[in-house]
Design a binder for this molecule. Structure first.
Ligand SMILES: *Cc1c(COP(=O)(O)O)cnc(C)c1O
Length: 345
């Protein structure tokens, strides 16, 4: 890895962050708060939120095995993705490299930030080619994006292949583990000490059943977390989100139950889909969705819409011709999907 200072945009390296009222007194015990121009009458949300979400990070840390100082919390992983561009990539100069196909937000954030986005195709069976990724990099490549388990293909990549990219790259590798709760593979968030050039993304939107509160994580070295904290909006995670997340974290049993129900339903669905004549291929999955190749994705998609069943049509995505992406739903939802597909002629 290059020295961090060489990788970070010079204006960000030099940035003096906004100092909010609550940063200044830190550590002192007080009971009169007349520093932030808030309305003093309590209604549950009259006070600004904790800018660094200490309590929430204390709760996430033991559960995810990541020290508090290595955690950034944001408005969905979307914020963590966008911040990677804003911290590392000089608009109009730097570039990033990503696997293709993958999650669409990396490219959108690259475009918004005026950063060149270089796509490196996965192999025909959706595997990662570390040498091809590294070969696409030049001296201005700041980030490599690897999503594993990958969206929309569903598969997780072999650990050794991802490691080869991390150790072979001079910049920062972003490994998106949004779906790692559904995969038996050892997550990269537990290897932060080994890899100073690693950012791991995670989210409350999938296994945690909280897409609506917009809460995402980036796990990285304390230096990278410090840069993220400097650039983020001061109060980027609102009071209601922090409160709801604490409640959700208090119910780990429910999380485990959801994960096992989804995995069980995934098996049932994988099996049943394989028997459908319209289904030409069911791809292996380590996530809470299944990619299937069908006889005619556009017409089957439209047919399903008419039946009130909405799946994701991925037919125009690289390497995904005639593919639909199906999220594992409840038993009832999956039954309705299968019933509709069985009636398709
Ligand atoms: C769904 C998803 C996310 C989650 O994004 P949020 O902004 O946290 O809701 C992140 N990465 C991938 C690859 C996803 O599919």
């Amino acid at each position: 890895m290059k020295p961090l200072q060489e990788l970070v945009r010079p204006n960000i390296w030099a940035l003096k962050p906004y100092s909010c009222a609550r940063d200044e007194f830190k550590g002192v015990k007080a009971d009169v708060f007349i520093d932030a121009n808030e309305n003093p009458y309590p209604n549950g949300v009259n006070r600004y939120p904790d800018p660094l979400q200490e309590q929430l990070k204390q709760a996430i840390s033991p559960m995810k095995g990541v020290p508090v100082d290595n955690i950034f919390l944001g408005n969905g992983s979307d914020e963590a993705i966008d911040l990677a561009f804003r911290v590392f990539c000089r608009p109009g100069k730097d570039n990033v490299v990503a696997i293709d196909p993958t999650y669409g937000m990396y490219e959108v954030c690259a475009d918004v930030n005026d950063v060149e986005y270089r796509k490196v195709s996965l192999t025909a069976n959706y595997d990662l080619d570390p040498d091809a990724l590294l070969a696409a990099c030049d001296d201005n490549t700041k980030l490599i994006f690897i999503c594993s388990p990958n969206n929309p293909t569903g598969n997780a990549f072999q650990r050794e292949k991802i490691e080869k990219v991390i150790t072979g790259f001079q910049g920062v590798v972003v490994v998106d583990e949004a779906y790692s709760d559904f995969s038996p593979l050892h997550p990269f968030r537990l290897d932060l000490q080994k890899y100073p050039n690693l950012i791991v993304l995670a989210t409350f939107s999938k296994a945690w059943a909280a897409a609506g509160i917009r809460l995402g994580m980036a796990y990285a070295s304390t230096e990278i977390i410090g840069l993220y904290n400097k650039v983020k909006y001061p109060y980027n995670v609102n009071v209601l989100t922090q409160r709801k997340a604490m409640e959700i974290l208090g119910n780990a049993t429910l999380l485990q139950r959801h994960i096992s129900m989804i995995l069980e339903e995934r098996e049932t669905l994988l099996n049943a889909l394989g028997f459908l004549p319209i289904c030409k291929k069911v791809y292996p999955t380590d996530a809470n969705f299944i990619l299937i190749k069908v006889t005619d994705a556009d017409s089957i998609y439209k047919y399903l819409v008419q039946k009130g069943v909405i799946v994701r049509n991925r037919t125009r995505v690289h390497l995904c011709g005639d593919c639909l992406r199906v999220t594992v739903g409840t038993k009832d939802e999956n039954t309705k999907l299968l019933a509709a597909l069985r009636q398709y002629v």
